[in-house]
Design a protein around this ligand. Structure first.
Ligand SMILES: Cc1cc2nc3c(=O)[nH]c(=O)nc-3n(C[C@H](O)[C@H](O)[C@H](O)COP(=O)(O)O)c2cc1C
Ligand code: SF4
Length: 377
């Protein structure tokens, strides 16, 4: 039985423990998608906090694939030099770093997109983002596939240890997978074998570019949790197929923005039973694939995290919000302070990331201000 602090391997990438920082957009990139010094420092802090594998916030593979302001880009060779500094700093701090790559499709709030085509598998209106994408032509699908492959090449050149495809949370790959957003009548629509074609082409393109020895991961939904969305059965098909195609690990998540409280970052995780909210489906998928499974979603306590790993329900556990509040959570647990993560899952950090300051824990900052006031008074 593996423990949380036991090392592991993903396609030759040696990790010192089973804790992953799930991709977290920080709203800290420079204009044009370049990596900033502030983002480097935030990421380095996670490595110092002994996170086994740090996954960057999602980086867009094409300019019209950007979702959010001050998001990292990997759409151009000009991104590589600054990212090399980032990966060197993480390696110096004895960390491992993976870049998550994305095309947002219709899920964008970017003003710049007004003069750029918003792409999607079909022209289905996205109520949350208030966008109706243009149904992609087969030529545009090829262009997107090529952009993912080129982006992965840049990830490797920039010195990252791995690349993760963002196939979850309703972004372009997930829009193709979901019957709610994919109404196509050609070979990219219809049964899951067709809806997954875009993802499989992206994976093949990426693999061809980075070679067999480079770790390629995917973040995939267990289920979309909306009527007519991607089902558990679809997720199982995709996971099994990617396993046979040679992907190296699957990070299992779930939900889309339209799912509200059943979205990827659920609120109100108060007791152990509320934690690890994708565990039951993840367990079923884990049983049917041979590659490592990483589980994300609401993991907050040491016991829940280590029981998941010990029971073999997943090979690794992944967290996002707990590390915004406590970048040194894993080090704290390893040193013996096993109190649960201080994050109360209020989701106020999303608003902070939207501000020009970039992501921070709003609750922690308020608590600090109160403490200071009390000390003064
Ligand atoms: C501020 C913020 C930014 C996020 N950015 C990303 C992202 O870039 N890519 C992604 O796959 N998920 C992103 N997520 C979702 C998390 O990776 C994770 O799946 C979700 O928050 C559930 O995990 P948690 O309960 O440990 O926070 C983000 C979450 C937060 C709070
Ligand atoms: S604002 Fe702080 S406490 Fe609230 S979810 Fe974000 S990290 Fe957790």
């Amino acid at each position: 039985m593996a423990g949380l602090f036991e090392g592991t391997l993903i396609n030759g990438m040696a990790l010192k423990n089973r804790a992953v920082r799930s991709a977290t957009w920080a709203g800290l990139a420079e204009p044009g998608g370049l990596c900033s010094k502030k983002l480097m420092a935030l990421t380095e802090e996670l490595a110092c906090g002994e996170v086994g594998l740090i996954i960057t916030g999602f980086a867009y593979v094409m300019p019209n694939g950007q979702a959010l302001p001050r998001q990292l880009g990997i759409h151009d060779d000009a991104m590589v030099d600054d990212l090399k500094i980032l990966t060197r700093r993480i390696h110096k701090a004895k960390g491992k770093i993976c870049m998550q790559i994305v095309h947002a499709g219709a899920q964008t709030v970017m003003k710049e997109r007004k003069d750029q085509p918003v792409w999607g598998p079909s022209a289905v209106h996205d109520k949350v983002h208030r966008k109706t994408p243009k149904a992609m032509t087969q030529r545009e699908i090829k262009e997107a596939v090529l952009s993912f492959a080129r982006a992965a090449g840049r990830v490797k050149r920039a010195g990252f240890d791995a690349v993760e495809l963002h196939g979850a949370h309703g972004y372009l790959i997930a829009q193709f997978l979901s019957p709610a957003t994919n109404k196509r009548k050609d070979k990219y629509g219809g049964p899951i074998e067709n809806r997954a074609r875009f993802l499989f082409e992206v994976y093949r393109g990426v693999r061809k570019t980075v070679g067999k020895g480079f770790p390629v991961l995917i973040k995939l939904n267990t289920k979309d949790f909306i009527r007519g969305g991607m089902s558990e059965k679809d997720a199982l098909f995709v996971a099994k197929k990617l396993d046979t195609m040679g992907i190296n690990a699957i990070e299992l998540s779930g939900g889309v923005p339209a799912a509200g409280a059943l979205g990827p970052a659920r609120p109100k995780i108060r007791k152990a039973d509320d934690e690890a909210y994708f565990l039951s489906i993840a367990r079923k998928i884990k049983k049917q694939v041979s590659i490592p499974i990483i589980l994300v979603g609401g993991i907050r306590s040491f016991k829940v995290a280590s029981d998941i790993v010990k029971a073999g329900a997943a090979d690794m556990v992944s967290m996002s919000r707990p590390f915004i509040r406590e970048p040194h959570l894993i080090k704290r647990w390893r040193q013996g302070d096993r109190k649960k993560a201080a994050c109360i899952s209020c989701n106020k950090c999303f608003g902070a990331a939207m501000s020009s300051e970039g992501v921070y824990c709003v609750v922690e900052r308020r608590a600090k201000t109160k403490r200071k006031k009390r000390q003064k008074g």
